[in-house]
Design a protein around this ligand. Sequence first.
Ligand code: PLP
Length: 366
Amino acid sequence: MNQRTIPLVKVGMPPSDVLMPALKATLYGGMIAEGEQVYEFERRCAVAFGLPHVLAMSSGTGALHASLHFAGVCPGDEVISTPITAEPTNVAVLQVGGTVVWSDVDPRSGNADPSAIERAITPRTKAILIVHYAGYPVDMVGVMEVARRHNIPVIEDCAHAVGARSASKPVGSYGDFAIFSFQAIKHMTTVDGGLLAFRDEALEGEIKRFRWFGMDKGVARTSLDVSSVGWKYNMSNVAATIGLCQLDEIESRIAAHVDNGRYFDHAFAGMRHVAPAHFLADDQPSYWLYTLLCDNSDAVEKALQEQGIAASKLHRRNDLHSLFARSQRPLPGADEFARRYLHIPAGWWVTAEDRDRIISIVERAV
Ligand SMILES: Cc1ncc(COP(=O)(O)O)c(C=O)c1O
């Protein structure tokens, strides 16, 4: 019998009888660019994700660029970051002319370790950029304690982690800035899109100009003065309409990831030669991907793939890219994590039957 194949990531869309009438109203409503739907999306995201002030962006990468700019990173400045992430996190540092300084990770999670961050600080450090990798929260209490002591702004990359909580508080609510991605395969998608959360309300006007050519919206183009460089980073009403429909179901989608993640945590905690990724007792991962640590990750990956289950490491640790050659330094924690980790599907599309099947394949492979 052919077994069901299980993807590692999947596009989630609201039912067409919900999405299509909303999209049709926007598409034929006369205003498809940035407008009311975007502003409503921002208001609802702030409430749904427990964030201070938010602005919608065209992508998570645009939001990263803005956050680094407003954190004050200039050419020659150092940004402490992690190699265990998707490339946009660190490419954005180079976009503002910064230098990436790797801070080693906790080999049990792949996440930033506050004491390693502290050791990487120099007089040229302008920002600390952390990533809640795969949906597992970083120890934000520890990170913020180090950052405040050294008076360095913190940027949280929450692209994988919407709905996760660190020490019982939502990710993105700790840092001076936080970014989210609504790219195709995340917990929720606006096809492409992002969100920038920021603590200092006074920045709102400047960030709005940064996302729109340096110009103020709602002021006649013939009478406004452009005095700073801006980009084309705004979200459209079409993307926001998809986002608003997604918000109606994001809670149940995240709950399905969490339910699967907890089930795997329980099963793998008692198995030899594998272990669930580590997080603190009052943390709640949102398990965009499930992270399994294996004595032999290749063997487990092969066994799952042979049965149609898309297990994979998914990312290449960023310090191996030639673009970051000048940042190279020994990272024993990242070495150990990179050798041991494997992502397995845990999203809303994984059924109770699927997860038992995955567990028994892993059990036989180790
Ligand atoms: C960790 C991380 N940060 C940032 C981004 C960039 O987001 P976007 O694709 O929306 O630009 C991504 C990926 O897509 C990501 O995985």
